[in-house]
Unconditional design. Structure first.
Length: 343
């Protein structure tokens, strides 16, 4: 197992920062509806896979998720993201989206690998999903297949086309950049932002759980976004910062545009420039654990507040308890696989 340093442990506070240990600072709730996935990306799962968190019968139900989000809306949270694992493999994902959209959420989004969007993009749009984020770590078919352990990039593009056809035109595209694996494609991804009104978001590789990148220099799998920016400038010219409030959502990406681009490029730099001081989100696992941090523990179970019937006041108290557990700066390795947490 590789232990990586956090490259810059000084908190980086953008102008829109709040918090982080006050409940009022929470603006986004990320909800993992399943820890299962139809891919096994190398940075997300170890080669021998992960142990599922719980039997399917122990996952939060649609009723549970609706009760939790209702409580979140009650305390002012207006941004909800559905994630996984892969959220589109959950049979009732459209029903869940419909229920949440009725609760007065200002922004309901979903993060997906895109492989099932060819049949689900329209139902999700009709259910009330406002935005989609799709994950793609290589534009080369063979490399995409290798990184995902068997994924078909043509199926990904079919999903993207289906999303466009039903109105999801301003996609966010997440790219986990790994040195020696796909970092030679960063400029190619920027060309997508030139052609389409998309936000291409470069995410520094984060060591989580037991996942280990093989076949690369074990001391330097993380490539800092400052290096990525420099490479892009060489290819596309100067990068111009975008007003944070003009970017959809409330994520941590620092966003830029460049000459001739219809879209944008963004940088999420959890390893080189931790943004813990400005963290504005909580993460809910598929079995009801509310986590204060992607990397570290600091979690509380919401299940006692859901059984035998939902108790809104108890749920809100547990939200406050969870926020209070946030670390000053996250550790250098997460204690669970990405698929178990929901990103």
């Amino acid at each position: 197992m590789i232990s990586l340093p956090v490259l810059d442990t000084s908190p980086q506070r953008p102008v829109y920062a709040q918090g982080p240990r006050d409940l009022a600072s929470v603006r986004l709730l990320r909800i993992s509806v399943t820890d299962r996935c139809n891919l096994r990306c190398i940075y997300c799962m170890p080669d021998d896979g992960v142990e599922w968190m719980a039997p399917q019968k122990d996952l939060l139900t649609a009723d549970d998720i609706e009760a939790i989000v209702s409580a979140a809306v009650h305390i002012g949270i207006r941004h909800v993201k559905l994630t996984g694992g892969e959220p589109t493999i959950r049979p009732d994902i459209v029903e869940i989206a419909q229920r949440l959209a009725r609760l007065g959420i200002g922004d309901l989004s979903l993060t997906t690998n895109g492989l099932l969007l060819d049949r689900l993009a329209r139902p999700l749009r009709l259910a009330g999903v406002d935005r989609l984020t799709v994950s793609c770590d290589s534009l080369r078919p063979d490399r995409y297949k290798s990184i995902t352990h068997g994924g078909d990039i043509e199926q990904f593009w079919r999903g993207v086309r289906a999303a466009h056809e039903v109105g999801f035109t301003r996609l966010k595209v997440n790219v986990v950049v790994m040195r020696g694996i796909n970092d030679d494609e960063v400029a190619d991804f920027a060309m997508l932002a030139k052609e389409y009104p998309w936000s291409i978001r470069y995410i520094e590789y984060m060591p989580l759980g037991d996942s280990v990148l093989t076949g690369v220099d074990p001391s330097q799998p993380t490539i800092g976004n400052d290096e990525i920016k420099a490479r892009l400038v060489e290819r596309v010219g100067p990068l111009t910062p975008v007003d944070r409030h003009k970017e959809a959502g409330v994520g941590p990406a620092m966003v830029y545009t460049f000459e001739g681009a219809r879209g944008r490029v963004g940088f999420i730099s959890a390893m080189s420039r931790p943004f813990c001081e400005s963290c504005n989100r909580l993460r809910l696992t598929a079995i009801g654990e509310l986590r204060s941090c992607l990397f570290d523990g600091g979690e509380v179970s919401l299940v006692p507040a859901l059984r035998p019937r939902p108790d809104r006041e108890a749920i809100v108290r547990l939200f406050a308890d969870c926020v209070a557990l946030r670390p000053e700066v996250h550790s250098n390795r997460g204690n669970r696989a990405m698929s178990q947490i929901g990103g």
